[in-house]
Design a protein around this ligand. Structure first.
Ligand SMILES: *[C@@H]1O[C@H](CO)[C@@H](O)[C@H](O)[C@H]1NC(C)=O
Ligand SMILES: *[C@@H]1O[C@H](CO)[C@@H](O)[C@H](O)[C@H]1NC(C)=O
Ligand SMILES: *[C@@H]1O[C@H](CO)[C@@H](O)[C@H](O)[C@H]1NC(C)=O
Ligand SMILES: *[C@@H]1O[C@H](CO)[C@@H](O)[C@H](O)[C@H]1NC(C)=O
Ligand SMILES: *[C@@H]1O[C@H](CO)[C@@H](O)[C@H](O)[C@H]1NC(C)=O
Length: 500
């Protein structure tokens, strides 16, 4: 009996403990459920926050979508040729940049969006003749009067304390400040216009009086091309959404993802010529979903060249300097150098590089260029030529007079027009935009295509007396010593990783 009552008690105790355990478990599951629910709520709130903060609806796109945008476009090459490069005035004239920009403003009915590395239209120096210096002021006045025509002016810029931006803002312009220091310690060096989400300008010129007077610039206007304008507008929207931020959100509105890229280029008409086009951007951090990087676009254009690649840039330097724990580290930056070497040596493509020779030419440029040229030694069908564009009358204090500020490349089947010089650091830290236009059967086309026009502009410069062959000067040694000193200095400069 005793034993059995003991076992009953034991049993009861056992079942009680099971009950307690079950209760425990039940409570645990309940707690888990509550915890999961709470987590879900938090997540939902977080997602809502993120999406609202990146403006999921984006900007209104004026009812034009990628389904019904226009691909029947007109393209016009624009240049600024300084008065004191008279030799270049011979031959075919392209539309002057100032005329092109005013034409764009004439077309504007709703909006003008402008991105420029510099805002300095109103100042000029004594050496420049009044008529050319005036171009900058005229353009600025036109921008001020947009408001009276009911046209909205929108600007994205990384320039702080610009008097001109303040004046424009006071005249109802929307100025979106992008703090590039916070993102890459670089600058917003992009240079483009979008008018009514229909017409665009991309090129080397900035909103700088020099771009309309003493500096040599090249760019394109593309009219009635809302598909391309829509995509460029997405780049603008991206900058706009960086306003008052110091980080890049990980989730982005669909309205800033790229519409076209190197693998799905836009098929369009450029003045009756069938072509494909896409935009590229830099730095990597600014390449939203599906957006092609500038460097990849350049690589693709060089790689698909069959007979020639002509490059015109102010600076060429395959180096990248980055600030790292308070010091600046300089490294070899190979992508473009590599693409050129491959094209020249392995595919027999003829390459010409036209680089500006000016006060800010980095001494190592000559070493890298000499290295490129030496590739063709003892090789048949190998041609790599380099010339330096320099204005003879270069004044001591006026480094930009007659400066070839171009940033483009033209091949037998494509043209790339960008905002950056071909310097590693530029692509790494500065924001820029590039436009790639490709044409099949370009060589059999009539002479009127944009490729032929850009090629003709290049050849005019190449043959001009301002383009000089590279000469190993006697003071090469002293230059080298100077370079050592300069690199040494750079490692000490903390705040300016781009002092190349
Ligand atoms: C393009 O399509 C959108 C909607 O798909 C429509 O709202 C808009 O009016 C169309 N725009 C034009 C110019 O046809
Ligand atoms: C930009 O960001 C940097 C670093 O985050 C900050 O120190 C600086 O004050 C910001 N500049 C402006 C004008 O907001
Ligand atoms: C753009 O298209 C409109 C209407 O189709 C036309 O009137 C205008 O001349 C075109 N602009 C250019 C620059 O071709
Ligand atoms: C070199 O060029 C010539 C004429 O342009 C051509 O006949 C020859 O096949 C080329 N050689 C090679 C190895 O590509
Ligand atoms: C395209 O057409 C426009 C206007 O019709 C003209 O001004 C321009 O020069 C043409 N562009 C090219 C590359 O032929």
């Amino acid at each position: 009996m005793k034993r059995s009552s003991y076992s009953t008690v034991q049993q009861q105790g056992y079942s009680a403990s099971i009950f307690l355990k079950r209760k425990d478990k039940l409570e645990q599951t309940q707690q888990k459920c509550i915890a999961i629910f709470a987590l879900l709520c938090c997540f939902a709130v977080l997602v809502a926050l993120i999406f609202s903060s990146v403006d999921i609806w984006g900007d209104d796109e004026d009812g034009i979508t990628e389904e019904n945008c226009s691909i029947d476009c007109r393209i016009v090459l624009v240049e600024n040729i300084p008065d004191d490069l008279p030799f270049l005035r011979d031959g075919r004239r392209h539309l002057p940049l100032s005329v092109g920009l005013h034409t764009l403003l004439d077309q504007a009915k709703h909006s003008v969006e402008v991105v420029s590395p510099v805002w300095d239209l109103n100042s000029w120096d004594l050496e420049t003749t009044a008529s050319t210096a005036k171009q900058g002021q005229l353009l600025f006045q036109r921008l001020l009067t947009l408001k009276s025509r009911g046209v909205k002016l929108k600007i994205a810029s990384s320039v702080t304390n610009s008097a001109e931006l303040k004046t424009l803002a006071a005249h109802n312009a929307q100025v979106h400040f992008v703090n590039m220091t916070a993102f890459t310690r670089g600058g917003l060096h992009s240079s483009f216009w979008i008018v009514d989400r229909k017409h665009i300008y991309i090129g080397s010129a900035a909103m700088d009086w020099r771009s309309l007077s003493k500096r040599k610039e090249l760019g394109v206007m593309v009219y009635n091309c809302s598909c391309l304008a829509l995509d460029l507008h997405r780049v603008f929207s991206f900058y706009k959404q960086l306003q008052e931020r110091d980080y890049i959100p990980s989730i982005w509105s669909k309205r800033v993802t790229a519409l076209y890229g190197k693998n799905n280029a836009l098929e369009l008409q450029l003045n009756t010529t069938q072509a494909t086009a896409y935009l590229s951007t830099s730095p990597d951090l600014f390449c939203t979903k599906d957006r092609t990087r500038d460097v990849d676009a350049i690589y693709q254009v060089i790689q698909s060249a069959k007979t020639f690649v002509f490059i015109s840039v102010t600076n060429y330097l395959p180096l990248v300097s980055r600030g790292f724990r308070g010091t600046s580290v300089t490294r070899y930056w190979s992508p473009i150098d590599e693409a050129i070497r491959e094209a020249v040596v392995l595919r027999g493509v003829k390459v010409r590089l036209l680089i500006s020779f000016w006060k800010k030419t980095h001494p190592l440029t000559f070493n890298f260029v000499t290295s490129l040229k030496s590739l063709c030694m003892h090789l048949h069908n190998c041609s790599l030529e380099v010339k330096f564009f320099s204005h003879n009358k270069e004044q001591k204090d006026d480094v930009q007079r007659g400066l070839n500020h171009n940033k483009y490349m033209v091949t037998d089947n494509a043209v790339y027009i960008g905002n950056h010089d071909w310097v590693g650091s530029d692509f790494a830290i500065n924001a820029g935009v590039g436009l790639v236009l490709k044409m099949e059967n370009s060589l059999t086309d009539s002479g009127a295509s944009i490729l032929q026009q850009v090629k003709a502009a290049f050849e005019r410069d190449w043959r001009s007396r301002y383009a000089k062959n590279l000469q190993v000067t006697k003071d090469h040694d002293s230059k080298y010593r100077h370079l050592q000193a300069k690199l040494h200095m750079e490692t000490k400069e903390e705040n300016n990783p781009l002092s190349l």
